[in-house]
Design a protein. Structure first.
Lengths: 302, 321
C-alpha cells in the first residue's frame, strides 16, 4: 500500500518536472546568437576600459548595460522575431540583477577574508584585549573576552527563547486551540520588532522596575525577544511535517497527550528542532543594537 | 482539513487527564508570551514617552531641533522619522527591481542546480550580520560610492535630488539606502521567489500554448498572480529597513535637519540610528526619555508595516492553497 503511493507520488513528481518547464526548449540558433550578443558588447566595453579614460562606472552603467540589452534584443529579433525582444530584455536584466547580488556578496565575504585573515590565529580566539593597543603586534591579543560574552549571552537567550518558542509551536501544531490564528499572528508581528527597540524595552524594564541591572542577563533577555519568533516559526514548520498517524498511534496506545508530545512528536522532530534552535542562534548572534543599550555600562565592570 | 478537526476532537477528548491539563496550560501560557512581550513593549515605552509629549507637545513629532541643554529644551524627531522613510524608499528603489528580477531568474530561467545554489547564496546573504555589513560599507563601499555620487552630481546635478552644495559625498542617504537595499534583497527575494514559484504550472502551460513568450507570461500570468505576495514581501523588507540600526550607523551622518530630497548630500536621519548614536552621550534622564519616546514611535511604525505585510502574505498564501 505505502510503496504504491510512494511510486505514484514519484511518478507525478517526475511528470510535473517535465511538464513544468516547457519554456526550456530553445532552438540551437538561439544559443549561438545569445553567445554572440554577449561577446560583442563585452569586447566593446573591454576596449573602452583599456583605451579610453571614461570612468569605469560610467562605462559599466551608461554604456555596457544598454548596449547589452540592445544586443540581446537584436539577436532575439533576428532569430525569433519581434515578440521575443521582451524576453531577451527580461533575461538580460535578470542576469544583471543576479550578478549584482553576487558581486555584493563576494565583495563582503572576500573583503572580510582578505583583510582579516592576517590577524586570524588560535590565540586570537581565546586571548583577551587587556593591555592591547593599536601598536601591539598581531601575535598578542584577541577576542576571547568577546567570544566568552557572546556565548554567555546567547546561552542565556537560548535558555529562555528555546523552551518558550517550542512550546508556542506545540500550541499551534499539537494543542490546536481556538487562539491558533491569533498566536501565529502575534509571533509574526513579534518577528518584526527592531533590535534596537528590544534593547530599549529591556533597558526600560531594568531602569523602571529595578529587578535586574544592566548585565549579561539583561542582554540575554533582549536577545531572547529577537530569537523567540524565529525558533517558534521554524519549530512550527517542523512539527507540521510529523504525520498525524504517529500522534494517533501514540494516543491509541493509551498515552496521554503530554506524553504524546514529549515522547513521540518532539523526538520524531528532533533534527528539525535543532535546526530551529540553530536558526534562532544565527538570528541573534550577529545582533549589535540590543546589547549596545542594556550593556553599555558593563564595559566598565568587566 | 477534516483530519485536523478529528485530531482536535481526539485532543479535547484526551484532556480529561490531569497532567494533560497542566501541560495544556503551560503550553498555552507560552504561546501567549509573544502577545505579552508586544504589549509590554508598547506599554513600557509608551509610558516613558509621556514626558516627551508633556514638554514638547506635538512638536516632538513635527520639528527637527535637538537642543537638550537650552531652557526649555527643544527636541523633535520629524527629521529622523522622515529620514528613516527616505532611506527605506531609496533602498526599495534598488532592492525591489533587483530581487524581483533575481527571483524571476531563479524560478523561470536558471537550471535547477544553479537555482538551488543561488537560493543558498541569497540565504547566506541574509545571514550576514548587520554590523559586518556596516563595516564593509564603511571601508569597502564608501570610496567607490563617493566616486559614483560625484559622477551623478557632475552629470545629473540639474535634477534636484542629485544636488550637492557641500562637496562632501560621504554619510549620505544614498549610501545608507544602498546598504539597506543589500539587507532587503535577500528578504524580498525569498518571498517573491516562493510566490512566483507557486504560480500553478497549468496556468503557465496554458499561457505558453496560447503563444505567450516569457515576457508576456510574466506580465499577464505570473506577476498578477503573485502580486499580493510580492507586495507583502516588499513590505517585510520595508519593515526590516525601518528598524535597521547598526549598518546605517556606520555610513550615515545623522544631522538634526530635515534632508528633504538631496540624497547625495552628506547628512540625513534615521530614528534607530538616532537612538544608538545619542545613547552613548545621553546628558540626563530627560534625554533618555526622549530617546525612549523615539523608540516607541519606531516600534509602532515597524509594527504597523509588518502587520500589514503579514496580512497580505497570509491572505495570498491561503488563496493559493
Amino acid at each position: 500500500m505505502s510503496t504504491q503511493t510512494l511510486d505514484q507520488s514519484r511518478l507525478t513528481e517526475l511528470s510535473e518536472q517535465q511538464l513544468q518547464r516547457p519554456w526550456r526548449k530553445k532552438p540551437r540558433k538561439f544559443t549561438l546568437s545569445v553567445i554572440l550578443a554577449v561577446i560583442i558588447p563585452a569586447a566593446i566595453v573591454a576596449a573602452l576600459f583599456v583605451y579610453s579614460d571614461i570612468p569605469g562606472v560610467i562605462v559599466l552603467v551608461v554604456i555596457y548595460f544598454p548596449l547589452q540589452a540592445i544586443a540581446a534584443g537584436i539577436s532575439a529579433w533576428l532569430t525569433r522575431g519581434t515578440r521575443s525582444i521582451g524576453d531577451s530584455f527580461i533575461i538580460v536584466t535578470a542576469l544583471g540583477a543576479t550578478v549584482f547580488s553576487l558581486v555584493v556578496l563576494v565583495s563582503v565575504l572576500g573583503s572580510l577574508i582578505l583583510r582579516g585573515f592576517r590577524a586570524l590565529s588560535a590565540h586570537f580566539l581565546y586571548q583577551n584585549s587587556v593591555y592591547i593597543n593599536p601598536s601591539t603586534p598581531l601575535e598578542y591579543g584577541g577576542i576571547g573576552h568577546a567570544m566568552l560574552g557572546t556565548f554567555l549571552i546567547v546561552g542565556i537567550a537560548s535558555l529562555i527563547a528555546v523552551p518558550v518558542g517550542i512550546a508556542t509551536a506545540v500550541y499551534i501544531t499539537e494543542v490546536r486551540g481556538r487562539a491558533v490564528p491569533y498566536v501565529r499572528f502575534f509571533v509574526q508581528a513579534m518577528s518584526g520588532v527592531p533590535s534596537v527597540v528590544a534593547g530599549l524595552f529591556i533597558l526600560t524594564i531594568a531602569v523602571s522596575t529595578g529587578l535586574f541591572n544592566q548585565s549579561a542577563f539583561a542582554g540575554g533577555i533582549a536577545y531572547a525577544i529577537l530569537m523567540l519568533p524565529t525558533v517558534a516559526r521554524t519549530a512550527e514548520e517542523v512539527l507540521k511535517l510529523i504525520p498525524d498517524e504517529l500522534r494517533m498511534g501514540a494516543l491509541a496506545l493509551g498515552s496521554t497527550r503530554a506524553r504524546t508530545v514529549l515522547k513521540v512528536v518532539i523526538p520524531a522532530a528532533r533534527t528539525g528542532i535543532i535546526t530551529a534552535i540553530l536558526l534562532g542562534v544565527a538570528r541573534v548572534i550577529g545582533e549589535t543594537a540590543p546589547l549596545l543599550l542594556p550593556l553599555v555600562t558593563t564595559m566598565e565592570l568587566f | 482539513m477534516s483530519q485536523t478537526e478529528a485530531m482536535r476532537d481526539l485532543h479535547s477528548a484526551a484532556t480529561s487527564h490531569r497532567g494533560d491539563r497542566v501541560f495544556n496550560r503551560i503550553v498555552t501560557a507560552a504561546a501567549f508570551t509573544s502577545l505579552v512581550v508586544l504589549a509590554g513593549i508598547a506599554i513600557f515605552l509608551g509610558f516613558q514617552a509621556i514626558p516627551a509629549f508633556q514638554t514638547q507637545g506635538i512638536a516632538f513629532l513635527t520639528t527637527t531641533d535637538w537642543d537638550i541643554n537650552t531652557d526649555p529644551p527643544t527636541a523633535g524627531i520629524w527629521g529622523m522619522l522622515y529620514g528613516s522613510v527616505l532611506l527605506a524608499v531609496i533602498g526599495l528603489f534598488i532592492a525591489v527591481p533587483a530581487s524581483l528580477l533575481l527571483s524571476i531568474f531563479i524560478v523561470f530561467l536558471a537550471p535547477q542546480k544553479v537555482a538551488k545554489t543561488l537560493t543558498n547564496l541569497i540565504d547566506l546573504m541574509a545571514a550576514i550580520p548587520s554590523v559586518i555589513l556596516g563595516l564593509w560599507a564603511f571601508y569597502i563601499l564608501n570610496p567607490p560610492a563617493d566616486e559614483w555620487q560625484r559622477l551623478l552630481n557632475q552629470y545629473l546635478g540639474w535634477i534636484p535630488i542629485f544636488q550637492n552644495d557641500s562637496g562632501n559625498f560621504l554619510g549620505t542617504p544614498f549610501i545608507a539606502g544602498f546598504v539597506l537595499a543589500i539587507m532587503m534583497i535577500p528578504i524580498v527575494t525569498s518571498v517573491t521567489r516562493e510566490v512566483l514559484g507557486r504560480t500553478p504550472p497549468d496556468l503557465i502551460n496554458a499561457a505558453e500554448s496560447l503563444g505567450c513568450s516569457l515576457y508576456t507570461m510574466l506580465r499577464y500570468v505570473a506577476l498578477p498572480y503573485g502580486r499580493g505576495g510580492i507586495i507583502g514581501g516588499v513590505m517585510l523588507g520595508l519593515g526590516r529597513a525601518l528598524g535597521e540600526t547598526i549598518a546605517v550607523f556606520f555610513v550615515l551622518k545623522v544631522v538634526f535637519e530635515t534632508n528633504w530630497y538631496k540624497i547625495i548630500e552628506s547628512g540625513g536621519g534615521s530614528v534607530a540610528t538616532l537612538i544608538v548614536g545619542r545613547f552613548g552621550e545621553v546628558t540626563g534622564p530627560f534625554e533618555l526619555q526622549l530617546l525612549l519616546a523615539a523608540g516607541f514611535f519606531l516600534f509602532i511604525g515597524t509594527l504597523v508595516v509588518n502587520v500589514i505585510a503579514n496580512l497580505i502574505v497570509n491572505r495570498t498564501g491561503r488563496l493559493q492553497k
